[in-house]
Design a protein around this ligand. Structure first.
Ligand code: NIG
Ligand code: FE
Length: 378
């Protein structure tokens, strides 16, 4: 049992915040939540000493399987260069060269970083292999760390193939090789990557193969991505930086989650998405890191929460909700992201009296303990 919790943020709409709380865990699952004074007896006790507890973060968008380094590209950007999705090819070349143990070791390091910062559920995409075998092995590696694996063969067209041939590969032999290792299919629907028609074809093929759809949409400019996501019943449209009023209305009507990735705007020095506009329209919002070596090389959900509050007009409550329940919703999961009876006991003890400190004290390592399925992992 955890007790002495000064402020428990549950992310459960039925009772989102509880003061002076306790939480009982049994067999990895939350069995009881309430006021400390009413708590049942328990064998073991963790005293939170007045500090805050939140659900483990759910990072629903990351690209952790890669090799190589794009420090120079980042430095050039900070000196005035523009971000271009063409940089993806630099990582593709390095990833193809790397061995499986090398790729697995890098991924493990990043997973350790994520966990240390309070993330207990995370998605990992392929997308830096772009050959049948290289995408397959990236997904196999991703599957060593999470069940939320995403086939992103449609990240960009690799230089050695024509776009038409590549779409045929992505929807044919590459899909056959990758589908057994993936839960999701994703496509980067953007000028310079895949257009509306190609994106629909790729997502349809994935759905036919039993995968669920998600999409990189409207990151670099307005475009068809969000509309495609809503029309095709994707779980989530990710980035959502450049939206028309019709896009916002479509997201609200369809219930597709808008996953915002402020690490990307930070690291590409671009205008942030307007979360307030989405929230006010009734759109479900998630926050995720987009951890990748090009546009957002951070594993830190607390950093994304702080950015969302400062730069995207979210309140601290909305940002923490989006980083927990929002992420779970983007992954169609109801067993994580919320602390309620019957949910997985994934929780973070903060060295702070309130979750608000995640934004109020940016950059300060406030994650004191991390528990996954009732077991301490940090
Ligand atoms: O989510 N948008 C496409 N993919 C990544 C960028 C990858 C890269 O630059 O390597 C993203 O931002
Ligand atoms: Fe991404």
């Amino acid at each position: 049992m955890f007790d002495g919790i000064g402020l428990l943020y549950t992310a459960d709409p039925a009772r989102e915040e509880i003061q002076d709380a306790a939480l009982v865990v049994e067999d990895g699952v939350v069995r009881w939540i309430g006021r400390s004074a009413d708590a049942p007896a328990a064998d073991e006790r963790v005293d939170a000493e007045g500090r805050a507890v939140i659900p483990g973060f759910v990072d629903s968008h990351s690209h952790l399987v890669f090799a190589g380094d794009r420090t120079a590209e980042f430095a050039a950007r900070m000196a005035g260069e523009r971000y271009s999705a063409g940089g993806i090819r630099t990582t593709v070349a390095a990833t193809r060269e790397a061995t499986v143990p090398q790729l697995a070791a890098t991924t493990a390091l990043l997973v350790t970083e994520m966990t240390a910062q309070g993330t207990t559920t995370f998605e990992i995409k392929s997308g830096y292999g772009l050959t049948v075998e290289s995408e397959r092995r990236c997904l196999e590696i991703a599957g060593q760390f999470t069940t939320e694996t995403t086939y992103l063969g449609a990240h960009v067209v690799p230089p050695e193939v024509s776009p038409d041939d590549y779409v045929r590969t992505v929807t044919g032999p590459m899909l056959d090789a990758c589908a057994p290792h993936a839960r999701w299919i994703d496509v980067f629907c953007e000028r310079g990557a895949f257009d509306e028609e190609q994106s629909r074809e790729i997502l349809s093929a994935g759905i036919k193969a039993g995968l669920r759809a998600r999409i990189h949409a409207n990151q670099l400019g307005e475009g068809p991505g969000v509309r495609v996501a809503c029309e095709m019943g994707a779980a989530s449209a990710d980035h959502c930086t450049h939206l028309t009023d019709a896009d916002v209305a479509a997201l609200a009507d369809s219930g597709v989650v808008a996953t915002l990735l402020p690490g990307a705007e930070f690291s590409t020095r671009s205008p942030y998405p307007d979360a307030r506009r989405l929230l006010d329209a009734g759109v479900s919002v998630a926050l995720a890191t987009d951890c990748n070596p090009g546009s957002s090389f951070t594993t830190s959900m607390p950093f994304c929460v702080a950015l969302a509050v400062r730069e995207m007009r979210m309140t601290p409550l909305e940002a923490v909700r989006a980083a927990t329940r929002g992420g779970a919703r983007a992954l169609l999961r109801d067993d994580v992201g919320t602390l309620r009876e019957g949910a997985q006991a994934d929780l973070v003890l903060l060295d702070a009296p309130s979750y608000v400190h995640l934004a109020y004290r940016p950059g300060v390592p406030l994650v004191a303990q991390v528990w996954r399925s009732g077991r301490r992992v940090v």
